[in-house]
Design a protein around this ligand. Structure first.
Ligand code: HEM
Length: 402
């Protein structure tokens, strides 16, 4: 993809092939327009001017100043009310995080590791003898989804319907730019999600189980149980955030390692490198390319005046290759040391599931490379990454003697 210096920044970022090779548009934004404001309608179809923010320092500031750049009204994904905690600003936001953080704490997640390791191996057993697989379909999709349903004690038999909802919400099947059709699909799916969780909460109100929903029913904030609406607004976000992002991250990382045998060999020969491999590839690949905000109070960033009501796209992936923060940012360097990447966001809304995600991705990479150290993408294979949250539509791999 060649980018002309005067091309509209949003067109660059949201062009069809940007998610396949995102560093080119990121570099363009960083070099040409690190804070870009355009009055020509919004890239998301919403009314108002749109702003793209790309520099590490500006992103870090925006993520940490919700009183200026807020997530309250920023995304509409079929939900009737604000998603909790993503669309709640501080100080109210903190009371939800105090309740949810312990559910996803490093200690609690570490206790899940043996169980998860067994699951990874069971998934690999399904296709190892074939000498080939569709990594996206056979590994990256079932693995985190199955684990997430176990964690929430929701029936595994509901997985296909969850995956359909996830796709309808995150990447609805419409012509590019048809925002009305996308909104219609999201609204219909949203109704189904609410109805499903109404039933799931009714069942657990009648009889508690060992899962997260039952614990949320028993939880209290400042002496009060959560209302039914609060419970639904938490469930809605968790199911969307928990099912898609780890799949995308696994696709991005294996795609990279399949095409970079030297880096792969280092990991195979020294599996203790896996935590730094995860962090460096989180930075380099940034599976969640962007996140959305709106301007709440007028503010000047760089020399650009942002106005209350502007729609903001925080280009996390661009910040993660900003040379002001990262030495040789477009090189994957497992010896990088300090790595303050923004792949999980920053500030109050920093990812609630980051410890779970890190555990899943690290153990998946360790077990995959222990059992399948050599693999490649077959010549001529055709696949693409989806924009926004970068997962592949298919990712064929051959291994063994294949
Ligand atoms: C590698 C996988 C993941 C990536 C790359 C990722 C990325 C992110 C990012 C960038 C944000 C910040 C959004 C913003 O500020 O607008 C975020 C927030 C969030 N993530 Fe994740 N995420 C991942 C996995 C998960 C998982 C497994 C869960 C499920 C528990 C989860 C739940 C959440 C929630 C609830 C928030 C909102 C937190 C808040 O508003 O306080 N994430 N994630």
């Amino acid at each position: 993809m060649d980018v002309q210096p005067d091309t509209d920044p949003a067109m660059v970022l949201f062009s069809p092939d940007a998610a396949d090779e995102p560093h080119k548009p990121y570099r363009h934004l960083l070099e040409q327009c690190p804070v870009a404001r355009s009055d020509n309608g919004s890239i998301s179809g919403a009314a108002g001017a749109s702003v793209l923010i790309s520099r590490f320092e500006d992103l870090n500031w925006a993520l940490k100043h919700p009183e200026f750049i807020s997530s309250e009204d920023a995304v509409a994904i079929g939900n009737d009310r604000p998603l909790i905690p993503l669309q709640i600003d501080p100080p109210e936001h903190a009371k939800y995080r105090r309740l949810l953080d312990p559910e996803f704490s490093p200690k609690k997640m570490a206790a899940l590791e043996p169980d998860f390791r067994v699951l990874v191996n069971q998934v690999i057993d399904q296709f190892l003898d074939r000498g080939e697989c569709d990594f996206h379909e056979d590994f990256a999709t079932p693995l985190p989804s199955t684990f997430f349903l176990r964690l929430t004690a929701l029936p595994l038999s509901d997985l296909p319907v969850f995956l359909q909802w996830r796709d309808n919400i995150i990447r609805p099947d419409v012509e590019p730019g048809d925002f009305d059709a996308a909104a219609e699909i999201r609204a219909a799916t949203g109704k189904e999600i609410y109805a499903y969780f109404e039933r799931a909460l009714d069942d657990r109100t009648a009889q508690r189980d060992h899962g997260l929903l039952s614990r949320l029913l028993d939880a209290e904030i400042e002496g009060h149980s959560l209302t039914r609406e609060e419970l639904l607004d938490i469930c809605y976000l968790l199911i969307i955030a928990g099912l898609d992002t780890v799949t995308a991250t696994l696709d991005c990382m294996i795609h990279f390692l399949a095409r970079h045998p030297d880096e792969r060999r280092r990991l195979v020969e020294d599996p203790t490198l896996s935590p730094v491999v995860v962090e460096e590839l989180m930075r380099f690949e940034t599976p969640v390319m962007v996140t959305a905000r709106t301007v709440k109070q007028d503010v000047t960033l760089g020399d650009v005046e942002l106005r209350a009501g502007d729609n903001v796209t925080l280009v996390l992936g661009a910040g993660n290759i900003d040379a002001e923060e990262f030495r040789e940012p477009e090189t994957v360097d497992f010896d990088r040391g300090r790595n303050r990447h923004l792949a999980f966001g920053a500030g109050p809304h920093r990812c609630l599931g980051s410890h779970l995600a890190r555990l899943e991705v690290r153990v998946a990479l360790e077990e995959w490379h222990r059992r399948i150290p050599d693999y490649r993408i077959p010549d001529g294979a055709e696949f693409h990454f989806s924009p926004g949250i970068r997962q592949t539509d298919t990712l064929p791999l051959v291994f063994g003697s294949g």
